[in-house]
Design a protein around this ligand. Structure first.
Ligand SMILES: C=CC1=C(C)c2cc3[nH]c(cc4nc(cc5[nH]c(cc1n2)c(C)c5CCC(=O)O)C(CCC(=O)O)=C4C)c(C)c3C=C
Ligand SMILES: [Fe+2]
Ligand SMILES: [Fe+2]
Length: 471
């Protein structure tokens, strides 16, 4: 019996498997790299081992990313797709039918401000171009490591959509797929959302159900990634005159606090560990600068992970910090939040707050050491055949089945589970059903008012000065 059959029997949801991608030194699982290192140092045996893994299979790698508007006209529909995602805006079950109208409202309200941001970075997001380049470099790196593979890009909220990538994967008759979200740390709002979508696509498709695949849920702990980040920081520090006085300022993308505290999102813990690992690596290189971690880019009226980047910058200035090196840490491509928010807004705020020298570490992009490490992560997680010198039992232990993500997402849904299920049958009188419908009618009325407000530019939010809450 080959391993994939084992997996299918094992997993409640047969098709999607999660494999934590660990660095070779930390790895305890029987991953391919460990086997390659242990088997023989000769290139010939490594090559033959890999070719046994690859066999006659057609290997695919699916890079998952967020996507971004390519033109200013794309901004509002892109924002609509983003806010229509229940992993971005959680509505109680009762009000789920309002998800799309609400997404329409918020996207229209936010579009002008977002457009300004995208206009200032050249009229659109560079995300597609950069991700395509990363895909091509990854393909080349895999090929150099004797793993011929096709690399696909599947975006969550804009072109090329994940659905389009999946169609291409089917047309190419891929037999083994590695799913690699381009977010180093896992969050329900990023990798979680993409995996949730993928799971629903896989479940409904006979071809995909039968295709072997693995998911690398997060990879911030990989030695190659940590070293590549440390390299960038080390290089950027040399731009400062007195580099030992520079505060290394990790600015991570924020998420609403409830994601972490109520839904069990591992994002904050993974982020903190990631920063610790990078600092450990820098200390090995005798770089012992002070550092701090803060969270940026909050949207809407709810509380997000703290400390906030803007408040921290002001506080550091007040405390007399004079040199700051900003390190974007949630994402491996330049995008609006590095090019506009950090480079323009936070820099301006820092200079106003008394910081005299400002620097920013670039995103990893196509850094060769980083891409090579991603290629290793892919090879280590290839769904491989049982003929390898790995017992099926060991192989199973190395895999975390989708169940764990489902649990994570289900825990996140707990707020909604507390509410009564939606009632669809109309009853007269003060019944549960009537209560539900009254509630819906009230929400609908509010929504109509909101939509009118956005379209006419007049209404209670404008009068009460509350519109900025939605921006
Ligand atoms: C409203 C909730 C949002 C959450 C939660 C969120 C999490 C999150 N996002 C990224 C990375 C990116 N976000 C990008 C765009 C973007 N994100 C939100 C909102 C949330 N993000 C909005 C409204 C937008 C649109 C831009 C804007 O109007 O500000 C992008 C794309 C940027 C681009 O260049 O196009 C990225 C990348 C992470 C890593 C994250 C949680 C960990
Ligand atoms: Fe975002
Ligand atoms: Fe954002």
């Amino acid at each position: 019996m080959n391993q994939s059959m084992n997996i299918r029997i094992q997993s409640p949801s047969p098709s999607l498997l999660l494999l934590p991608a660990k660095s070779s030194s930390r790895c305890t699982c029987p991953c391919l790299r460990v086997q390659l290192e242990n088997s023989s140092s000769s290139n010939l045996s490594k090559t033959s081992l890999i070719s046994r893994v690859v066999g006659d299979d057609k290997i695919g790698v699916l890079l998952l990313n967020l996507g971004g508007p390519e033109t200013l006209e794309d901004v509002q529909p892109f924002l609509f797709n983003l806010f229509a995602d229940p992993d971005i805006i959680r509505l109680p079950r009762l009000f789920r039918f309002l998800q799309n109208p609400l997404a329409k409202f918020i996207s229209v309200a936010r579009a002008p401000k977002s457009k300004e941001g995208y206009a200032s970075i050249g009229g659109g997001s560079p995300l597609r171009q950069i991700t395509d380049a990363q895909a091509e470099e990854l393909r080349k790196a895999l090929s150099e490591k004797n793993v011929p593979a096709k690399v696909y890009v599947g975006m969550r909220y804009w072109h090329p959509f994940t659905e389009e990538a999946i169609e291409q994967i089917k047309r190419d008759s891929i037999t083994k797929l590695v799913v690699l979200p381009l977010y180093p740390q896992f969050s329900i709002s990023t990798s979680g959302s993409s995996l949730r979508l993928l799971e629903s696509i896989f479940r409904e498709d006979e071809y995909l159900v039968n295709m072997q695949h693995t998911v690398i849920p997060s990879w911030y702990q990989r030695e190659g990634y940590i070293k590549a980040m440390a390299d960038l920081i080390e290089k950027e520090l040399t731009n400062f005159d007195r580099l030992e006085e520079v505060m290394i300022f990790f600015s991570a993308h924020g998420v609403p606090l409830a994601y972490v505290e109520e839904a069990g999102d591992p994002y904050k813990a993974e982020m903190e560990e990631c920063v610790d690992l990078i600092m450990e690596e820098l200390e090995k290189r005798r770089i012992n600068n002070a550092y701090t971690l803060a969270y940026q880019s909050r949207v809407g009226p709810v509380e997000w992970l703290k400390p906030y980047t803007d408040e921290t910058i002001i506080e550091l200035g007040r405390k007399g910090v004079k040199s700051l090196l900003a390190v974007p840490i949630s994402f491996v491509s330049e995008h609006i939040e590095t090019l506009e928010e950090i480079d323009v807004e936070y820099k301006e705020l820092a200079l106003k707050s008394g910081i005299e020298k400002w620097g920013r570490v670039p995103a990893l992009g196509c850094e060769p050491t980083f891409i090579s490490d991603l290629a290793d992560a892919v090879i280590e997680s290839l769904p491989y055949v049982g003929a390898m010198a790995v017992s099926n039992l060991e192989a199973r232990q190395s895999l975390v089945p989708l169940g764990s993500v489902e649990e994570l997402l289900a825990a996140y849904d707990s707020q909604r589970r507390e509410l009564p299920p939606p009632v669809t049958v109309w009853e007269w009188g003060w019944t549960k059903s009537a209560e539900t419908w009254n509630g819906r009618a009230a929400m609908l009325a509010v929504l109509v008012l909101l939509v009118l407000e956005v379209t006419t530019g007049e209404g209670f939010l404008h009068q009460w000065g509350l519109l900025p809450l939605f921006r």
